[in-house]
Design a protein around this ligand. Sequence first.
Ligand code: IPE
Ligand code: IPE
Ligand code: MG
Length: 261
Amino acid sequence: MNLQAPGMKELKPQLDRLDLSRLPRHVAMIMDGNGRWAQARGLDRSAGHYEGVKSVRLATELSSDLGIDFLTLYAFSTENWNRPQQEVDVLMHLIGMAIQQETPDLVKNNVHLRLIGDLERMPEEAWNRLHACEVATAECTGLTLTLALSYSGRRELTRAASEIARAVAEGSLSLSDISEETLARHLHTQGMPDPDLLIRTGGEERISNYLLWQAAYSELYFTPTLWPDFDKSAYLEALINYQGRERRFGKTGDQVKSSHL
Ligand code: IPE
Ligand code: IPE
Ligand code: MG
């Protein structure tokens, strides 16, 4: 952990409550509440999206400083294409610009950018900036920061099913060889561990088509804090809360306890 990083001193009381040997390996986040943050201030919804970029930076920094391996952020769902065109345009412009601006710091902090979703739907300008960052951070070996863009869990599963069906039809895969691993290999997240912790800000308590397969055993943490207000302290609270949970994976509490002895 990098305790010398800016802002870490103020977080000391919370860091003292955190067991650094039991951190989640993969944290996924549904970044919700930008619009309501802006509307509460009499601002246009886009002001909330701009403000939300700060929280992305803070979550990335803290994940990286703590040594968390994977942070996966839901930035834009397939369903979000149905928002007013002006808001979609703002979001697409902002995502591309923010990633371009952050690229030097991501490289400096050894953060590897990965993109998941129906990326062919991304407008060219945003796509070029995102792809340039992917290329620039390709050799980075620290935190993997994954942005879910034009992402739909159901679509991801449907696509995987059709790829597997094609392989069977072509004879390169036999029906009896299809396992959970086969399916996982056909998801956008292939090669990544499942999220241990899934955080949703903004007060809604739903999954909204996010990581439907991967979150099968994730611990869910819902907070009313709106995404632009989700700072390092709020993130640490979620991590502390996660460490208070017992992950049973179908077993009994006694079985889990005896396996720790
Ligand atoms: C999350 O904030 C950002 C995206 C979904 C792209 P919202 O824009 O959904 O904010 P609320 O939920 O309307 O407050
Ligand atoms: C989920 O937020 C998608 C992202 C955060 C990118 P939404 O605001 O789109 O979710 P719903 O519509 O309230 O379920
Ligand atoms: Mg929302």
